[in-house]
Design a protein around this ligand. Structure first.
Ligand code: HEC
Ligand code: HEC
Length: 142
């Protein structure tokens, strides 16, 4: 074999070894379930409720939602969360008002209505369930 052929063979072996090593690290949440076996169904869990709310993981963390949101809908026309959490309704509904930060535009201007950046509440706020984590998580709140 000439030099060029040797280099080609060596590169192929290197690529294959690297490829296998990389492959070993990628683990799908499906586990070893075959692609054609369909998704595994999980037990339906009820969201946890907690009077007074959950402790925040850190000072400026978005608080977790301490009630069910199964009936809530966030669409272009309506945001049912704001029926209780808006500045107009929160007192009547005995709910905490959305944070002041939720009324700031990207450039810091104060807005009358909730900022578009904060419209999709469950982008940041999520209900809690007593479920086994899908992957190991060693995060601990300070
Ligand atoms: C029917 C009224 C109502 C609706 C609708 C509602 N909430 Fe609430 N929410 C409450 C009340 C009341 C509390 C306070 C519960 C407590 O602390 O005991 C609360 C608490 C929260 C908290 C915790 C705040 C904190 O400081 O701990 C978050 C976050 C929250 N709600 C988000 C949402 C989101 C997001 C939606 C829509 C998907 C929503 N809520 C819909 C009444 C409502
Ligand atoms: C981009 C992320 C983000 C989105 C979207 C968002 N929030 Fe928040 N929210 C936060 C963070 C971070 C905090 C805690 C700091 C603060 O008050 O700004 C918070 C605080 C809150 C609190 C507690 C306020 C307090 O003074 O204790 C409520 C209630 C709340 N949000 C409700 C909502 C509702 C309802 C929506 C949708 C209309 C929403 N949030 C959308 C990030 C978000």
């Amino acid at each position: 074999m000439n030099r060029f052929a040797w280099i080609t063979v060596a590169s192929l072996i290197a690529a294959l070894t690297l490829g296998l090593a990389a492959h070993a690290e990628v683990r799908s949440l499906r586990g070893d379930r075959p692609i054609d076996a369909g998704a595994q169904m999980f037990d339906k869990k009820r969201p946890k409720t907690l009077e007074g709310g959950f402790k925040r993981a850190w000072k400026t963390a978005p608080p977790a939602i301490p009630h069910s949101i199964d009936k809530d809908r966030i669409t272009l026309e309506d945001n049912s969360c704001m029926r209780c959490h808006s500045a107009e309704n929160f007192k009547k509904e005995k709910a905490p008002k959305v944070g002041d930060s939720h009324f700031l535009a990207a450039d810091g201007t104060k807005l009358k209505d909730i900022s578009a950046r904060r419209y999709f509440c469950n982008q940041c706020h999520v209900p809690q369930m007593d479920a086994k984590p899908l992957v190991e998580n060693t995060f601990s709140a300070k």
